[in-house]
Design a protein around this ligand. Sequence first.
Ligand code: SF4
Ligand code: ZN
Length: 350
Amino acid sequence: MSSKSGQWCRAADMSKCRSCRAPAVIDLPRHNAHFCAEHLEQLCRRQFRRAVDDFAMFSHDDTILVAVSGGKDSLALWDMLATEGYSTVGLYIGLGIGRYSDESHDVVAAFAADRGLELRTVDLRTEHGFDVPTAARVTARVPCSSCGLSKRHIFDEVARDGGFDVVVTGHNLDDEAAVLFGNALRWDVEYLRRQAPVLPARGRFPRKAKPLVRLTEREMAAWCVIRGIDYVVEECPMAIGNRHHTYKEALAVVEATSPGTTAAFYLGFLDRMAPLLATTADEEPVELCRSCGAPSGSSDGVCAFCRLAERASTATPVPVEMVLSRGARRRYIEQWGDAPATEGDTDGRP
Ligand code: SF4
Ligand code: ZN
């Protein structure tokens, strides 16, 4: 189900690379230019370095924990970091999302083995007694809610225990613009204030950085093709139809008619709006979870992740098909094959 080919190479026809006049492999309307493979790679590296430097994300002295999902962005990021000489370890979290998770793990493990990179794996069910579909059913909330909570908790824990200086994720320009769009639609000032490409370390929370914020999804897919990176093309089945997806599609419509709008929207926010929203630094919760020792911020002394684990680990495991909407389940079966279903349609997310 993974692939080295993508739909990134819209016919460049007889177009020439802007830098060297060799035949182009990709058109990038937001740069009003075409590029050959070599100069596309140069452009991506330049944008990556600029993000790292402009936002003081990390240095070559830091040890970097790279969150890898098996998708194009996180594998491209790990490849960039490793080939730019940074000291990295990959972290894959097994979320228990059916065959999508199985395939993702295999792809990440092969990527690391081929390049001699160190990979750590944390499997939610093995190590914490539950998976994302079961947590979604137990909490009766969208799967992304318990998934996001679990991933943040594990990133922090592995970074803290392993003495890493920074956790990096593969969020790209399209991801960040879609999040910004959603936050602005709701005028969620608190989220807007915290939407930064780098969040400094606070007490027991490690620094977090997003080095791909100047690069688009299409550029990352092209990077993977050029660099021979095998990645999972299919999206997480839980993403189908979620709000983030809808915002991305809306921005893609605007971008198609007005190239460069997405970058102007997001980078303009960072440049001109974020400084106006910056107030005092976030306070770190002083309470530590009595179960795991992480900052908890809750009055009962147990962090949100441990509360979730406590509830979900005693529930009967729920297969991924059971928490997908009808449309998403159909897509999942098309992509990953049929599986025994034991319950009726849930008709929407739990
Ligand atoms: Fe987790 Fe949602 Fe992302 Fe899937 S789409 S990996 S459930 S956050
Ligand atoms: Zn805890």
